[in-house]
Design a protein. Structure first.
Length: 245
């Protein structure tokens, strides 16, 4: 959207944002273990990192959140033993996710899944700064943890979040689409990163009670799409590289 229109709407948007923060329930992160091993076969070391959607906000237990469902489906799709670890915290931007990871004692990993972006939009981080933060994060994962490939989640369809009022929903959705276009353009320049191509259909039936975070059905949809993407496009290249080593 145009800067002029955004400036005109800014008093209303600020008031709506403040009211929405006060009105929406503050849902906790999902309970349960944040690491584990599932499946049998060659070892696939998986890291899931990011914000509240990585941490499982919107469901009660991790078994209904992204990490556990992804690990189980990935083990089946790849015929592998998946050793997984979740490092996530509500409210993190992409840059803050890197800071969190740098202060954890993490083992080497093969694949990392990064779930960030919404808080970059909420905190009004310019899209080129968000891309720069993703590049720094991907480079650190590769050089610091030996990650072969990083899968970035796309920005969700914020314009469809039922928990946001109009015109805040429309403006935030426009910002999210701009961030996602910048992410897609950057991903196309590298072979060691990818962006999950998924058409998320979000409504109150699949989202959490706050109308802002995923619910169990949405997490299942995302985990299934991620497992299919990694099994088809990422894992075969990693196994080939390991065989050559």
């Amino acid at each position: 959207m145009s800067l002029a229109l955004k400036l005109v709407l800014s008093p209303l948007l600020a008031a709506q944002a403040l009211h929405t923060r006060r009105r929406l329930p503050r849902l906790p992160e999902a309970e349960g273990e944040r690491n584990g091993v599932v499946g049998q076969g060659p070892l696939l070391r998986l890291l899931i990192a990011g914000d509240s959607s990585a941490a499982g906000v919107g469901v009660v237990h991790q078994r209904d959140a992204l990490a556990v469902q992804l690990a189980a489906r990935l083990a089946a799709a790849c015929g592998a033993q998946v050793q997984w670890r979740l490092v996530a915290r509500s409210g993190l931007t992409t840059a803050q996710t890197l800071h969190l990871l740098q202060h954890e004692a993490l083992p080497h990993c093969d694949v990392a899944v990064v779930v960030t972006g919404v808080n970059d939009v909420v905190d009004q981080v310019p899209s080129h700064h968000a891309v720069s933060a993703r590049e720094t994060l991907a480079n650190w994962l590769r050089n610091g943890l030996g990650v072969h490939h990083v899968v970035f989640m796309p920005l969700p369809p914020v314009h469809a979040f039922p928990g946001l009022p109009q015109p805040l929903r429309w403006v935030a959705g426009s910002d999210a689409r701009r961030h996602d276009r910048a992410l897609a353009q950057w991903v196309a320049t590298r072979s060691d990163v990818s962006r999950l191509d998924i058409d998320l259909q979000l409504n109150r039936g699949v989202m959490a009670s706050d109308g802002f975070h995923p619910g169990r059905k949405a997490y299942l949809q995302i985990a299934s799409a991620l497992a299919a993407h990694i099994a088809a496009s990422v894992w075969p290249r990693i196994t080939t590289t390991k065989d050559r080593a």
